[in-house]
Each structure stands twice: as C-alpha cells, then as structure tokens.
Design a binder for this molecule. Sequence first.
Ligand code: SAH
Length: 374
Amino acid sequence: MTSPDTIATNLLGLPRPGLEAFVAELGGKPFRARQLMNWVYKRGESSFERMTDLAKDFRAQLAERACIVTPQIVTARQSADGTRKWLLRADATQAFEMVFIPEPDRGTLCISSQVGCALDCAFCSTAQQGFNRNLTTAEIVGQVWLANRELSGSFAHDSGRERIVTNVVLMGMGEPLANFRNVVPALDIFLDDFGFDLSRRRVTLSTSGLVPQIYKLAEHSNVALAVSLHAPDDDLRNELVPINRKHPIAEMLEACWHYIDSRCGRSVTFEYVLLEGVNDSPAQARALAKLLAGHPAKVNLIPFNPFPGTRYRRSAPEAAQRFRDELIRRGVLVTVRRTRGDDIDAACGQLAGRVIDRTTARLGTRVFAVAVQA
Ligand code: SAH
C-alpha cells in the first residue's frame, strides 16, 4: 500500500465519474475505470502491480499517481458474540471507530462520518468530545474496504454468500448530513454496481434531522434514511436533540415524508432511545403514534447505553415493553434494537471518554449505534 503522505490520488475517494476523469487524465479509456473499480472493490486489491489485466505502462502510471489508502487501525477487538470493533486513526491525537455485527443472514458495518460531532445531543457520548473534523470520502469508503479485508478469512461465510459486509449503516461517530459533500460520493461508491454494489435498502444513513440536507439528499441518493427522533414533542426534543430548536419536529417530519414520496421504495425509520422517566411513558408512546399516523414509518426502539457522567438511565424492560405495545396497538411498525458487543464496549454509547493508553490518551472513543433489529 502506498504511504498516505504521498501526493498520489487516493482512489477510494473517487466515485465512478471522478475515477473516469482521473483515468482520462492518465490517457486511459472510461472502461479502464470500471476495470479498476472491479479490482479495488470486488477483489479488494490494493496493489496496482497485481491488476494483471491492465496494461503494464498504465499500471506503472497508477503506481506513481494513485494509491489505495485506508485509515490505519489503532486497535481491533472482538466480542464473545462475534461483534468486531476497530479504532481507526484520524491523526496523531484523534481516532474514530467502526463496528461489524455478524448475523446469520447479514453482516452489518456501522461506520463513522466525522471525528466527533457538533450537534450536542444530550444522551450521546460523542457530544462530550465536541467536533474535530469531517472524514474524507476516502476515509468513509476506506472503512468498508478495510472491514472487508480484515474480515475475509476470519468471517464464516454462509454457503453461497459472497459478500462479507452486506449492510452499511452511517450510525457511528458524527452527523453524516453535516458532512454532505464527502458522504454522498461515498454512498455512490457503496451503491455502484462496480463499487460495493450494495442495494439501497442495505445502506442506511442516520441523521439527527438536518432538514435542508434531507431535501438535498432526496435529490442525490435514495438510501434508507433513519432519523433520530427520541421525543414526541418539541419541548423534550429541544432538550435531547438541540438541532430541534432550529428544525422543529413538524418541519423535520415534512422533510421525511418528502424523502419517502420523492422516489418510490424509499423508507424512513425513526430511532427512539428509551430513557427512563424521560421519554418512555405510555402517554408519550401515544403522542409518538399520533405524529406518525397515516405515514409508512417505522420506529426503532433503542435501549440506552449509559456512559460515564450521563444523567440518563436505560428504561426498565417492562416500560420498554409497554411503550412498544402502545405503538403496536396504534398500528405503528416497531422494531427493538438488540445491544451487541457490550463486552468490548462496542454497543451504543459505551465508550465515551475511555482512554486507550498513555500514548493515545486523546484518542477519544465513542458511541455505536449497532443496527441490529430483533
Ligand atoms: N448523528 C446521527 C448518527 C449518529 S448517532 C444521528 O443522530 O442519527 C446514531 C444513533 O446512535 C442515534 O439515533 C441513537 O440511536 C444512537 N445513540 C447515540 N447515543 C446513544 C446511547 N448512549 N445509547 C444508545 N443509543 C445511542
């Protein structure tokens, strides 16, 4: 792999049109770009030398002008339940994480879009870390490329299953729609037939509700959308998800219905972290059902994962059950997220402020929204 400090172009940052332009600059025909993508994304190849169906001089040019560089792994851990977590280096002092959740019928990779986050949601440990920087397209795509490489050989394939990472969720660190410019090209690579070739239903972008960017996303992509709702009224949501003060619930829901409408087959899921005595009463469940009535929306109930210094607690199982039943009774489709990987701190919200060791003392770690649905 080429060293990241060369001025070479990292191909993981280029969706197909950009790669075609780059290949044209080198004097290559557009189909060379597709050939290259095939090597990079289907075969996981990072050495141009080994891309044997490319002309020798073209390979030499690529070796000089291009590279395939992923974020570096700082630490890797594996849970008893098979969940894997990697801490990845953003720079000398900062890091971000990705988590892989294997299930019999799929393998979900939860990736980050920013180092830290600026949105300051009350129940989320990334907020405590503040915002550091946006990840580049290559760093976002690089997470999926790297996970596929790390897992090949160690992941038990089901018979006939080719892919290792079958689902990607942008539910790690950061607000993906606040990094629209770098996230959308990454989505294009995830979905491209010559890229990771994932179905749009298997790529989920989770947002706290950046309304203008939801409309913009509707024009650029048709991945599954997940929205962090967490409260049925503006007073409470202002407190839990402060972006609500700028884009209140009604405005945000309009954007969601537009997203569903503007191309058929798109879906929206509302994420709702159950916080004891805060948002988990039957009356709040009824208010939530009322908000969503008449729309093809799903609610994903999430057990809260406490982190040091938080004032919130996970709802008791009976309260969660009651909340779920109230929704179901009113015709709302409900899934309940299972927590995975707790023993390696890979579950949502378990990692805030953990110090890795003295040399990486500021490598803040965080929250993982493990998108496993029971
Ligand atoms: N910024 C985006 C994506 C990252 S957070 C967003 O807000 O959607 C994605 C999800 O992480 C949130 O919806 C929430 O479901 C989950 N989450 C954050 N902190 C959590 C915690 N402490 N416990 C459980 N889930 C948490």
